[in-house]
Ligand binder design. Structure first.
Ligand code: ADP
Ligand code: MG
Length: 318
């Protein structure tokens, strides 16, 4: 049996960029650039809750970093360093190797270094802590939305939740739709570049991990404002569009989690800049409504008819 130290040395020790001291000592050392603030976030993935034991290990590695990169994106930060704390039921080297490969592939794509962590035996649990940098005072926050702001979302919504509903047999997707939507659940693409480009452009931002309505709700609360949303304007993929007659699909679009798109608000006069940014990044950016002085979230359809909505997204303790 490999020891904990063998596993760390074999799978999690690599030269780290922009790092004074990485894996191997009692702690890592990093140097934050002049004029920048350190941006820190942590997100945990539990087998049986956030992923399935039988899921592809490389996908689990990808996702455990992706959800943390998404938090950096939502702040407009440049991600730099991660810590990986992992509890493993056994030293299954094949699983760990695939997990590490998925994690490092995404880390390399974003120039992020693994600089430390912790490894222990236990129920399969992955906790990643990420650190990034942002220009002092410039980070995008939830509390910055202003009455009159346009509300934008990136990409398409509902893809991951519909894929999950398919896996849980709540809905049955045609094979070609499942082939498009399952990767959106297992290997989400965090919108890091978009977040950075929104600095100085957006007033507020959040990443959509628990569903548009729930996450936008956090922005409204932090900003002490309300919003009007055109539910028919919410962008959906061609794959999801084919299922919109099912309530489960409509729920996935408005309240489904795990898409890791960004929701942000910006002054209406920035509209053309945002459309230009969308073209430059080759990423859909869609205006779905606007911020109101009046508190609360009002939904309407394309004809302006009010839409009522009960569900408010995912809450672990609800
Ligand atoms: P300590 O007992 O001082 O906490 P550990 O034996 O837990 O040290 O860790 C030894 C080194 O390996 C440390 O630098 C730690 O950050 C790193 N490390 C442990 N587990 C991981 C992991 N899963 N990924 C990356 N680095 C890790
Ligand atoms: Mg330790």
């Amino acid at each position: 049996m490999p020891s904990e130290f063998d596993l760390i040395a074999k799978f999690f020790t690599r030269p780290a960029k922009r790092t004074v001291l990485g894996v191997g000592d009692d702690a890592a050392l990093v140097r934050v650039s002049e004029g920048k603030e350190l941006v820190v976030a942590a997100d945990m993935l539990l087998a049986g809750r956030h992923f399935f034991h039988e899921d592809d290990a490389a996908g689990v590695g990808h996702k455990s970093l992706a959800v943390n990169l998404s938090d950096m994106a939502a702040m407009g930060a440049t991600p730099r360093w991660v810590l990986l704390s992992i509890a493993l039921p056994e030293a299954d080297e094949r699983w760990i190797g695939n997990f590490a490969q998925g994690l490092f592939a995404l880390a390399d794509a974003h120039g992020v270094a693994l600089i430390g962590g912790d490894t222990t035996k236990g129920a399969l649990t992955i906790a990643v802590t990420i650190m990034g940098e942002v220009e002092r005072g410039q980070a995008l926050r939830r509390g910055g939305a202003k009455p009159g702001d346009d509300i934008w979302v990136s990409g398409t919504l509902g893809d991951a939740a519909l894929a999950l509903a398919h896996l849980k047999r709540g809905i049955s997707l045609a094979p070609h739709d499942a082939a498009v939507l399952l990767p959106r659940l297992h290997t989400p693409a965090p919108r890091v570049k978009l977040g950075q480009k929104l600095l100085g452009l957006a007033h507020s931002a959040i990443d959509i991990s628990d569903g548009l309505l729930a996450d936008l709700g956090h922005v409204l609360e932090a900003s002490k404002v309300g919003a009007e949303i055109d539910v028919d304007a919410v962008p959906v993929s061609a794959a999801v569009r084919g299922y919109l007659e099912h309530a489960a699909a409509r729920e996935a679009v408005l309240a489904g989690g795990d898409d890791y798109e960004l929701c942000f608000t910006a002054a209406p006069k920035r509209h053309t800049e945002i459309e230009a940014l969308s073209r430059r990044l080759k990423l859909n950016l869609t205006r779905v409504g606007h911020i109101t002085r009046k508190k609360g979230l009002a939904l309407h359809d394309a004809q302006g008819r009010p839409v009522t909505w009960e569900h408010k997204g995912f809450d672990h303790f609800a």
